[in-house]
Write a protein that binds this ligand. Structure first.
Ligand code: ZN
Length: 154
């Protein structure tokens, strides 16, 4: 029933930073983005500052420890765009769909993300060098208008 279609929404862009405290003013006071929350996501080894640029979400990612994938990114490449995340209806189904399409997964099953999201990362080698995250967001506001109103029937 759930098939990859043209209706995928960009959920957020993840940016690796050494220090949220040092980086945040550039994005909020300078650029004018709104800070929504700062959350620790132990499963990913990061602290996440969630910023809104209109309806587009930007996440600053500060690593917890040296084993964090973001820490590895920072030591290899320095700060910068780390991944792009796309919203999916069902994380496991999206994982299966990526695997069926021949894209290797980093996560074969959904992991806990920020804000009770279920997330899984697709290996960049299958996505033209872009680390790609699949996000099942229980708080999705359905901004793309796929269904409106409370009780959808179909
Ligand atoms: Zn992310």
């Amino acid at each position: 029933m759930t098939k990859a279609s043209g209706s995928r929404t960009l959920h957020h862009i993840g940016i690796a930073v050494h220090s949220i405290a040092e980086s945040l003013p550039h994005w909020t006071e300078g650029l004018g983005l709104e800070l929504v929350s700062t959350d620790d996501v132990p499963a990913q080894g990061v602290r996440v500052a969630v910023l809104m640029a209109g309806s587009t979400r930007v996440e600053l990612l500060e690593p917890f420890g040296e084993n964090s994938p973001v820490a590895k990114h920072l030591s290899k490449r320095g700060p910068g765009v780390h991944h792009m995340a796309f919203e999916v209806e069902d994380c496991q189904a999206a994982i299966d769909g990526m695997a069926a399409a021949g894209s290797p997964m980093i996560d074969d099953s959904p992991k806990p993300g920020a804000h009770d999201c279920k997330v899984a990362f697709v290996h960049p080698k299958g996505m033209d060098g872009v680390l790609t995250e699949l996000v099942e967001d229980p708080h999705s506001t359905d901004a793309h208008g796929a269904s409106t109103g409370g009780a959808a029937h179909d």
